[in-house]
Structure formats: structure tokens, C-alpha cells
Write a protein that binds this ligand. Structure first.
Ligand SMILES: CCCCCCCCCC/C=C\CCC/C=C/C(=O)SCCNC(=O)CCNC(=O)[C@H](O)C(C)(C)COP(=O)(O)OP(=O)(O)OC[C@H]1O[C@@H](n2cnc3c(N)ncnc32)[C@H](O)[C@@H]1OP(=O)(O)O
Ligand SMILES: Cc1cc2nc3c(=O)[nH]c(=O)nc-3n(C[C@H](O)[C@H](O)[C@H](O)COP(=O)(O)OP(=O)(O)OC[C@H]3O[C@@H](n4cnc5c(N)ncnc54)[C@H](O)[C@@H]3O)c2cc1C
Length: 620
């Protein structure tokens, strides 16, 4: 039977409401309809073809990218697409391009850190793309350490201007997407200096190129930083280098929403946390989590198709060979990735709500949830991108030699995706930010300040530090409350152990440095608990459609128990579960794999077909 007939046959046998499952994956009926409509629009437009991408030279690839970006903009205007539809179209065009940063960072930074006048001045031009912006924070010498940035912005009271300067080679701006060839403006992060005093890093809008002939303006040295990982991949993006030689800008080109400089040159720190200067990174980190579920589902789509169609060994009396998806090793490698795609989808939906909530609170000068939002966006960005990058590589390996062919779609997907582990914050550096949040919470236990939100379980640490999982049979691991308590106990015990060990050092900084690896692992345990708990919360919602909730419950158990199996050392070492209980979890996992595969082949094939439609079919 041909693969496509097989798929159609399996879909007809679906044991769940396929249409309702589409809605669950998309997040809402409206979101699904937009995705489906825009995906068809992109897939049917020859200008957006991408099967030749890896064969083009860097120059032709870049021209192809500009052509696509211009065509996308033209279609957005012609079809009067909404902001959501336009964002989806840019996403489905699926080629890193300068507009990612113009729309994804330059505009949000002005909205989040500019005052009312600055928003009114700059946003209309940016929305019409009369100016094209990039986000220029990272320098040759500093990326993770934002407070170490060296570019200076010195106020000149004589002329009511800032002088932007690159004092050292290492202060050269390095990496900003869209900088190398396209951007006319940049949001520059530089050290604000007034009257000889350094006030730390702030944002400044600086014009780089003429709006007439696109040539660099006086004092500006700008260019592309060259080829990056892989052939096609991120080479469609003009990541650039930028140096300033005493470039003068008006005082009102400093983003004044967080702090201000008066005409007299007086620095005014408004009553908002200085970390709001980092707000754009928080915004993109929450977007990256949703993006992880998309990238992961594409890889799973390819590997599942292959695993269902590919046959190897096992022929009896000249009959067909065995489908590789029947092999237990194939199932134990593939099914947790399928489950992770849904887990990241749901936690991404929740994170989008958390970010929207903090944005509304900030408008009311309520900064109470800012630390948690930073910890959640940093931690979830780190954990989901690391898992997704590893998963794409695993999917390549699941496809044998064919997975190494460009035409499989996997090498390109991997090459485009993996920098997500670095940009918007190196994943280890971000885990240490989560650890800082955890240690602060543990240090405040007993102070009367009750932990809330995603850290509320720490308020029950007395119980969690001594509880024993009530698991005597494999099926006991199918109870969400049993799984949740195991993950809470593991996270609480790892954090409390780190906090106790920190006390063995002369000071917190020394302890943090020496225990950084343990702290990063405690941060992963905390973030994985968040993902598990949000999956459970999703299952507690009203999920319409025959059999849909049942399928998602199976995927939840596969996700949680495969994580538990992978991190069994943490769970056993922290005393949360016994080795025997760990073995029962693994036994239950094996049973679940059989269920996912044999009782619900349509689930897998359906996912394949749905994901393919939503994410443009691969050429494999
Ligand atoms: C973009 C398109 C969107 C469309 C959707 C598609 C999505 C996916 C596609 C993405 C496409 C392209 C993306 C590529 C573009 C890439 C861009 C970049 O890479 S931009 C540069 C990114 N750089 C970083 O992330 C730098 C990482 N480093 C930092 O953030 C900081 O240096 C940090 C946090 C590590 C340290 O900062 P600092 O030294 O100032 O602070 P401390 O550690 O001393 O902590 C002090 C105090 O502040 C709190 N804090 C820190 N950061 C934040 C924050 N962001 N928000 C709130 N609070 C913060 C910290 O917790 C401490 O609090 P305390 O109470 O004192 O403990
Ligand atoms: C494809 C891509 C696109 C990008 N786009 C942009 C952009 O548009 N705008 C922009 O401003 N930047 C951009 N960046 C830059 C990106 O934000 C930085 O690369 C990132 O912040 C890491 O900084 P770095 O490269 O200087 O590495 P460093 O900060 O020098 O870190 C190097 C390594 O050292 C280790 N390390 C560093 N600090 C610690 C610590 N405290 N504890 C433990 N280990 C540590 C980590 O392993 C880390 O990976 C982009 C990067 C890439 C790859």
C-alpha cells in the first residue's frame, strides 16, 4: 500500500475526532483556520518555494530571501492580512530574514521601552517599513554579560545630543540580524554617560544608513559577518558588525520609558525596575518557546512518516519486512518527542498568557510578577530549545541514511534551529538565572513570604522533602497527582540541597560559582515541573471531541514518564522514588508505547498529516 493511501486509510480509522484535535494543536478554532489558510497561501505560491535553498550561493540565497520578504510584504498589503496572519505568513515563509528582527525585536523594544512621544514618532514609520530596524545589543566582546557592554553614549549638554562611540575593537556590535545589509536604523544598547558618570546600559535609536541611497552615514562602519553554520540555514540572514566613530544623535533618541536624561543632563531613573531595559529579550524568549513546539513537530513529522513507511528485516516467507516503527527502540526514541511537541505547545500557550499578564501589570506599575516571568521565560526558553535541538538530531538518526539527505528537510531544520540555544541568551546562562530565583525563594522560606505561582510548591517543601511516592503497580504511574508530586519533590529537594550546600562557602558568589552545575540541574528540574504541571492543567480543561482528551492523556504520560526515566538518577538520589518505583515507571512507559503505536496509529499519522499541513510539507 502506498504511503499516502496508508495515511488516508489510517485517518479513516481514527479513534478520535481529527477536526477537534487540529483545534487543540492550534490553540483555538480561529488560530487553526488562520494557520491553515496562510499555510495553503504560502505552499501554493511559487515565489515562496524553499526546496532549492541549500543549493544557492550565499549571494543568491540572500537575494532570494529579499525577494521573498518583499513578496510577503506585498501579499500582506494586497490581502489586507491581520497582524496575526502576517506573522504567520512570515513564519511559514520559514527563512531567517531581517523582518524577524524588525517585527520581532526593534518594534517591541520601542513599544516596551520608549515613552509615548517616541512611540508616536517611530512606530508609524516602522509599521509601514519606511525604516527597517535591528536589535544591536551583543558586541564582539560581550553577549551574555549585558552589563559588560562597552559602546558608549555620552551626553553633550552643549548640543543636547548623545555621542555614540565604539571605544575598543571588542565594543564592535557583532551578530545583530538584519544589520549587515538591510537595516536603516538600529536599537543600540550602550553605556549611558552623563557628566562623567556611567549609568549602565540603555537603549538608543540610531540611524545607520541613508534613506535616500542606503549608504552608511558618516561615522558608521557596518557590514556582514559572513557565512554561518550549514549552507542554506541562517545564511539567509544578514547578521552584521557595526562600529561608531563619535556619531551624534538627538537626546530624544534615547528610549526614555525606563529612565530619562533631562535637557540639563540629569539622569532620572524612574520608579520602574532597571531590568525593564531587558524587556525585549523576555518577549522573544516567550515566543521562542512556542516556536520550539513548531520546530520539534516538524522533525517528528518527518521521522514518523519515515518510520511508518520504512521497512527493514523481519520478512517471513517472502512477506513484507517489518515497519521500523514496530521496533521498541524506534518507539522509545520517537514517541517521547511527539509527546514533547504537545507539552511545549501547551506550556507555550500558558507562557504567552503569563507574558500578557505581566505586560498589563507593568502598565499599572505592578512589578510583583516580574521576577517569576524572568525565571519562567529564561528557564523555558533554555529547556525547550535544548530539548528541541537534541530532538531534531535524534529524528535525523531515526531516519537512517535518508535523514542525512538535504531533501529529508532535517539537516536544514537542524542548522536553522540550533542557534536558538544561544541567541536570546545562552541556555546555561539562563538556567543560572533560574537558579538565582530558586535560591532567593528558598532563602525566604520561613520569612512569612508565601511562594506563589510556579514556585508555590516550595511552600510545601517540608512535606515534599519527606514524602514517598504512592506507587506499588505500574498503572499507579498513570495518575497525574502521583506524577506531579514526584516532579515537585525532585525539584524541591534539588533546590533545597543546593541552598544548604551554598552555606558551606564563604559567600554566595563563591558558592554559586562552585555549585553552578548543581544549580543548573536544579533549575532544569524546576522548569520540567512547570511543563508537566501545565500539561496537567491543559488536561483539566474542557477538551471537546471524541477520544481527543484520551489521546492527550496518553501523550502526557509518555512525556512525563520518559522524562522521569531519563532523569531517574535525580529522582532516586533525592529519595523521591525508589529504584523499584523507577522500574515500574519504565514498565508503564513500554505499555504506553504499544498503546500509542497499535491502538492509535491514526494519532501518529494524524499528527504527521496535521503538522505537515500546518507547517508546510517537507520534501521527504
Ligand atoms: C524575533 C522574532 C519573533 C517571532 C517569533 C519567532 C520566535 C523565534 C524566532 C526568533 C528569531 C530570531 C531571534 C534571533 C535574534 C536574537 C537576538 C538576540 O540574541 S538579542 C541578545 C540576547 N542577549 C541576551 O539574552 C543576553 C543574556 N544576558 C542577560 O540577559 C543578562 O546579562 C543576565 C540576565 C544574564 C544578567 O544580567 P545582569 O547582570 O544585569 O543581572 P543580574 O544577573 O545581576 O541580576 C540582577 C537582577 O535582575 C534580574 N533580572 C535579570 N534579567 C532580567 C530580566 N530580563 N527581567 C527581569 N529581571 C531580570 C535578576 O533576576 C536579578 O534579580 P535579583 O532579584 O537581584 O536576583
Ligand atoms: C544566529 C544568531 C543570531 C543572533 N542575533 C542577534 C541579534 O539580532 N541581536 C543581538 O544583539 N545579538 C544577537 N545574537 C548574539 C547572541 O545573543 C549571543 O551570541 C549570545 O547572547 C551569547 O553571547 P556570546 O556569543 O558573546 O557568548 P558568551 O556570552 O561569551 O558566552 C560564551 C559561552 O561561555 C559560557 N558562559 C558564558 N557566561 C557564563 C556564565 N556566567 N556561567 C557559565 N557559563 C558561561 C557559555 O557556554 C556560553 O555559551 C545572535 C546570535 C546568533 C548565534
Amino acid at each position: 500500500m502506498e504511503a499516502l493511501d496508508y495515511h488516508a486509510e489510517e485517518r479513516r480509522k481514527a479513534e478520535f475526532d481529527v477536526e477537534e484535535m487540529k483545534i487543540v494543536w492550534a490553540g483555538s478554532r480561529q488560530a487553526y483556520e488562520i494557520s491553515d489558510r496562510v499555510a495553503r497561501l504560502v505552499a501554493s505560491d511559487p515565489v515562496f518555494r524553499k526546496d532549492n535553498r541549500t543549493m544557492l550561493s550565499r549571494k543568491d540565497l540572500f537575494k532570494d530571501t529579499l525577494r521573498k520578504a518583499a513578496h510577503a510584504w506585498k501579499r500582506i498589503i494586497e490581502l489586507r492580512l491581520s497582524e496575526e496572519e502576517a506573522s504567520k505568513l512570515r513564519f511559514f515563509v520559514d527563512q531567517p530574514v531581517f523582518t524577524d528582527l524588525h517585527w520581532g525585536m526593534f518594534i517591541p523594544a520601542i513599544k516596551g521601552q520608549g515613552n509615548e512621544e517616541q512611540q508616536q514618532k517611530w512606530l508609524p514609520m516602522a509599521y509601514k517599513m519606511q525604516i527597517i530596524g535591528c536589535y544591536a545589543q551583543t558586541e564582539l566582546g560581550h553577549g551574555s554579560n549585558v552589563q559588560g557592554l562597552e559602546t558608549t553614549a555620552t551626553f553633550d549638554p552643549e548640543t543636547d545630543e548623545f555621542v555614540i562611540h565604539s571605544p575598543t575593537l571588542t565594543s564592535s556590535k557583532w551578530w545583530p540580524g538584519g544589520l549587515g545589509k538591510v537595516s536603516t536604523h538600529a536599537l543600540i544598547y550602550a553605556r549611558l554617560i552623563t557628566d562623567g558618570q556611567d549609568h549602565g546600559v540603555h537603549g538608543f535609536i540610531v540611524q545607520l544608513r541613508s534613506l535616500d541611497d542606503h549608504l552608511p552615514l558618516p561615522g558608521i562602519t557596518v557590514g556582514d559577518i559572513g557565512m554561518k553554520f550549514g549552507s542554506g540555514a541562517y545564511n539567509s540572514m544578514d547578521n552584521g558588525v557595526l562600529r561608531f566613530d563619535h556619531v551624534r544623535i538627538l537626546r530624544d533618541q534615547m528610549l526614555m520609558g525606563v529612565s530619562q536624561v533631562t535637557r540639563e543632563g540629569k539622569f532620572m531613573q524612574s520608579d520602574v525596575p532597571r531590568q525593564l531595559v531587558y524587556g525585549t529579550m523576555v518577549y522573544v524568549r516567550q515566543k521562542i518557546v512556542a516556536d520550539a513546539s513548531c520546530a520539534l513537530s516538524r522533525a517528528v513529522c518527518i521521522a514518523t512518516r519515515y518510520s511508518v513507511v520504512r521497512r527493514q528485516f523481519g520478512s517471513h516467507n517472502g512477506g513484507p519486512e517489518t515497519q521500523v516503527i514496530d521496533y521498541k527502540t524506534q518507539q522509545s526514541r520517537l514517541f517521547p518527542l511527539l509527546a514533547s511537541a504537545y507539552a511545549f505547545r501547551f506550556v507555550g500557550e500558558w507562557l504567552k498568557w503569563l507574558y500578557t499578564d505581566v505586560t498589563q501589570r507593568l502598565q499599572a506599575s505592578d512589578f510583583s510578577t516580574l521576577p517569576e516571568v524572568h525565571a519562567c521565560t529564561a528557564g523555558l526558553k533554555s529547556v525547550t530549545t535544548s530539548a528541541t535541538a537534541d530532538a531534531i538530531e535524534e529524528c535525523r538518526k531515526l531516519c537512517g541514511g535518508h535523514g542525512y539527505l538535504s531533501s529529508s528537510g532535517l539537516p536544514e531544520l537542524f542548522a536553522v534551529y540550533v542557534p536558538a540555544c544561544t541567541y536570546e541568551g545562552d541556555n546555561v546562562v539562563l538556567l543560572l538565572q533560574v537558579a538565582r530565583f530558586l535560591m532567593k525563594t528558598v532563602s525566604q522560606l520561613g520569612s512569612g513570604k508565601k511562594p506563589v505561582g510556579t514556585i508555590a510548591y516550595m511552600g510545601r517543601s517540608e512535606h515534599l522533602l519527606q514524602c514517598r511516592c504512592e506507587v506499588e503497580r505500574a498503572e499507579d504511574w498513570l495518575k497525574p497527582n502521583v506524577i506531579l508530586e514526584a516532579f515537585e519533590a525532585r525539584a524541591a529537594r534539588m533546590s533545597v540541597t543546593c541552598a544548604k550546600n551554598l552555606n558551606n562557602f564563604a559567600n554566595q558568589e563563591e558558592g554559586f560559582a562552585q555549585l553552578a552545575t548543581d544549580l543548573a540541574e536544579a533549575a532544569v528540574a524546576h522548569v520540567q515541573l512547570i511543563i508537566v504541571s501545565k500539561f496537567i492543567e491543559k488536561l483539566q480543561q474542557d477538551i471537546p471531541g471524541k477520544g481527543v482528551k484520551r489521546q492527550l492523556e496518553i501523550l502526557f504520560n509518555v512525556y512525563a514518564l520518559s522524562l522521569l526515566h531519563k532523569h531517574l538518577g535525580d529522582f532516586v538520589a533525592s529519595g523521591c522514588i525508589t529504584p523499584k518505583q523507577g522500574a515500574l515507571a519504565n514498565e508503564q512507559l513500554r505499555l504506553l508505547y504499544s498503546q500509542v503505536h497499535f491502538d492509535n496509529p491514526s494519532l501518529l499519522l494524524y499528527m504527521v498529516l496535521l503538522l505537515e499541513r500546518l507547517l508546510q510539507s517537507t520534501s521527504f
